[in-house]
Design a protein around this ligand. Structure first.
Ligand code: HEC
Ligand code: HEC
Length: 258
């Protein structure tokens, strides 16, 4: 079986996502026009992968999600301020899943959704393709080049195609695997090291549960080194790289692994 890769995100004082948000804020101030266009592009890619299925490729409603252009909340949203909590918390009881995107990622998606406002033409509606068919062989090639360094269809993903009720569920499962614990190591000023599952992190404190089950809260003074390791970070990073085609192909391939 392939070695399970893990990415080390080294950060001092900040969680990985906070660090990313801050870098982007600075960039946005430096070059507004170019970064605005880049944000829309990134948002379009993320939207296509995660939101389009339910809300439609043009945000005018899809398989199960409502039209977002008619939404009061979306109309009032500024830079993702109202959309972010909906995406990050979801409304699980109403069919809107929680999606683990950073605030910066949702801001990009919001920028993309807001580009639709200028054009209210319902006749221009893009119809989602009614049948989604991927090419399993192309999916196998994609899997070999992108996924096989961490997974194997004879090992950890053995029988994956039979585990889900339908292709939709399988697709969500590989696009956004969920519920895994994030690990953290805190090296204190006196070289003492605390390691465990991350419960909480912000600019001031890190909360973790150590192997013996004890909960610790470390107040950050600036001299500690904090390393957050999220085993699913590679999946989050990949989300903006897949094309629609890749997604359908990989799903078709995995569906046949039984
Ligand atoms: C599995 C289907 C599904 C996916 C995937 C999904 N949504 Fe939703 N979404 C829904 C449903 C269903 C609702 C309506 C929930 C309700 O009735 O409160 C909703 C509601 C919303 C709302 C609130 C609209 C309002 O006026 O209250 C926003 C904003 C939203 N989704 C944005 C997104 C974004 C952005 C993404 C991608 C990151 C996304 N959704 C992914 C199904 C989905
Ligand atoms: C850098 C490593 C890495 C890469 C690359 C990667 N994954 Fe993963 N994947 C993981 C980790 C770690 C998990 C969490 C697994 C666990 O905790 O058991 C995971 C979870 C999954 C799951 C959920 C498994 C389950 O039983 O619920 C699926 C399906 C999956 N990945 C498919 C893929 C596919 C398809 C690709 C390529 C498009 C891919 N992964 C790329 C590391 C990776």
């Amino acid at each position: 079986m392939a070695m399970r890769g893990e990415i080390l995100v080294a950060v001092t004082l900040l969680g990985a996502s906070c660090a990313r948000v801050q870098t982007k804020d600075r960039a946005a101030q430096a070059q507004p026009a170019a970064t605005a266009a880049a944000a829309v592009d990134r948002g379009r890619a993320l939207y296509a992968v995660v939101c389009a299925f339910c809300h439609g490729p043009d945000a005018r409603g899809g398989e199960t999600g409502p039209n977002l252009l008619h939404s009061e909340l979306v109309l009032k949203d500024r830079d993702g301020d109202l959309i972010t909590p909906i995406v990050q918390n979801g409304r699980p009881d109403k069919g809107m899943p929680k999606v683990e995107f950073t605030a910066a990622q949702v801001r990009d998606i919001a920028a993309f959704i807001h580009t639709f406002r200028v054009d209210g033409n319902e006749r221009a509606r893009m119809r989602p393709p009614s049948i989604v068919v991927g090419d399993a062989r192309a999916g196998a090639t994609y899997f070999a080049s992108t996924c096989a360094r961490c997974h194997s269809v004879d090992g950890d993903l053995k029988g994956i195609g039979a585990k889900f009720a339908d292709a939709k569920a399988l697709q969500m499962a590989w696009l956004m695997p969920r519920g895994r614990e994030v690990l953290v190591t805190v090296t204190l000023g006196n070289e003492r090291v605390l390691a465990g599952h991350l419960n909480h992190i912000d600019d001031f404190v890190v909360g973790l549960t150590t192997a013996d089950g004890g909960r610790q809260t470390v107040r950050l003074s600036g001299s500690e080194k904090v390393v957050v390791r999220d085993p699913l970070q590679p999946h989050r990073d990949l989300l903006s790289r897949y094309t629609d085609r890749d997604i359908h192909d990989v799903t078709a391939y995995l569906a046949g692994i039984r």
